[in-house]
Design a protein around this ligand. Sequence first.
Ligand code: GUN
Length: 291
Amino acid sequence: MAEAKLIDGKAIAEALRRDIAGGAARFAAKAGRPAGLAVVLVGEDPASQVYVKSKARQTVEAGMRSIEHRLPADAAQGDLMALIARLNRDDAIDGILVQLPLPQSLDAGAVIEAIDPAKDVDGFHPVNAGRLMTGAPSLVPCTPLGCVLLAKSVSPSLRGLEAVVVGRSNIVGKPVAQLLLAEDCTVTIAHSRTRDLPDVVRRADLVVAAVGRPEMVRGDWIKPGAIVIDVGINRVAQDGGKGRLVGDVAFEEARSVAGAITPVPGGVGPMTIACLLRNTLEAAGRRTGIA
Ligand code: GUN
């Protein structure tokens, strides 16, 4: 079989950001202010600092306002809750994102529940999770949304496809399964306790791998012609270097079997922030009644 088509997440995210920039300019003209995204970073986690910087840059490039709040790693729960309450009340803030993971000493669940669901651009609040499950309009988690947009870039209708999601996290596995169900897929959620995982994955016309284990999904697990969306970003050691990034799928093996596959990096990763910008603009529109 011919090599799989590469799904270019970078290019698709760029096109999406251009679209959003148009919408953001129209919003700013009508509202008399740009859409605003507040990002809260607690502590000094280096990966989180990189993400937050990238989010801020892309927010501004899309014509929106970025507000960053940094708290020390030993910040008290009460300080963080007070900041969220202030951002909830601030009319010029349309989206609030608290970068995860939070330091161990903080209760992330309580922080997420404190965010106004109308400003919850991560889509992690139980109200948005519940709305997604019941099919009501909601803010949808960014990475899952990116996965579905990438799958639809090669197959505009996903109706009737057997989809297997590997991973059951609240951030990716569970919400991506809900989105695929809404696209009329037949959805299986597999996880670390699933029996005969390779055989389960072999049934899939569409595989979403979101387990955080480098190259766990092997080429001989993939049904010929399947669409493979790899959410994993794992740094693995490499002689003499600072390591290389690999996904949850053994890419070289899988690309000779799959019909289409996302690379790592350059697949799902770039879509996440683009979807965050989309959610921010959507939240701004809904809150203000400006379409
Ligand atoms: N940390 C890693 N990914 C995410 C994300 O999508 N949202 C937030 N808030 N934190 C993250």
